[in-house]
Design a protein around this ligand. Structure first.
Ligand code: 15L
Length: 254
């Protein structure tokens, strides 16, 4: 890789861990967040403080980047306007910056909630069924990714992240858990491994024995999970009706 790898939302939980792991592997990073990092960025990593609503600032941060891992945005359900600003407009600005600066690959942090209103007992190849305004913003993120992959001169990988937590703590995590270590392995592979198509969507979990989603795309990226929920104490019987869990059960915010 030539230029630095740009990571947006770098001060969040996944971004902080990714930065630590990749710096230890000798990867050059440029970290972007609107917040100052809670912990000092790893030595050698550049830090850019900017809001994604500022297209010029995002353009500047993308100059010379070899790829972008876009983690910034709201990670919870919220009012529709917030989802539009943080997850849809923010993603548009990142993809637009990649197009203008000719960044060859963008990885989008999508979510399994794009199919969250499918029954937990259902088949693996569940159709799109967003379970929240948050999930609708992630469907739109994927749609923007598809558009820019075909018309913006870049490759795009959308990773439908499961439940990224230090350890599984709820029954559904037996299926949805993505360990922080596996998040780094998967996101870095998504940013760097050769693809067989310009646009790829895949689910991101650890190597849990129970599964709701296909593992399509894992082979393309050479992703082999290091962790599995099965090596942790069983968090109890599954009671979820929908794969989206609480996101699917909650009323829409007003
Ligand atoms: C997500 O997509 C959310 O961003 C995260 O906060 C978790 O709630 C996760 O899904 C999950 O379903 O566990």
């Amino acid at each position: 890789m030539s230029g630095p790898l740009l990571v947006t939302g770098a001060s969040g939980a996944i971004g902080t861990r990714l930065a630590t792991d990749l710096t230890a592997q000798g990867v050059r990073l440029r970290l972007l967040d609107r917040r100052t990092p809670a912990v000092r960025p790893p030595a050698g990593a550049e830090f850019v403080q900017a809001h994604l609503r500022d297209q010029d600032a995002v353009d500047k941060a993308a100059v010379g980047a070899c790829a972008i891992i876009h983690l910034a945005g709201s990670s919870q359900e919220g009012p529709f306007a917030d989802m539009v600003e943080h997850n849809i407009t923010g993603t548009h600005h990142v993809l637009e910056a990649a197009r203008r600066q000719r960044v060859p690959r963008v990885v989008l942090a999508s979510s399994h909630h794009v199919t969250g209103l499918n029954p937990a007992s259902g088949p693996e190849d569940a159709p799109l069924a967003p379970d929240s305004f948050y999930a609708v913003s992630k469907v739109t993120m994927e749609a923007l990714g598809y558009l820019y992959a075909h018309k913006g001169g870049m490759e795009v990988v959308a990773v439908r992240i499961g439940s990224c937590r230090p350890r599984p703590s709820e029954p559904r995590h037996r299926v949805t858990w993505l360990s922080p270590r596996d998040a780094t392995i998967l996101l870095y592979a998504a940013a760097t491994r050769p693809l067989t198509s310009r646009f790829l969507t895949l689910y991101g979990t650890s190597g849990n024995a129970e599964r709701w989603w296909p593992r399509t795309g894992w082979g393309t990226l050479g992703y082999q999970a290091a962790d599995s929920a099965d090596r942790h104490p069983d968090p109890g019987p599954l009671t979820d009706r929908w794969t989206g869990g609480a996101f699917a059960d909650h009323q829409l915010p007003t």
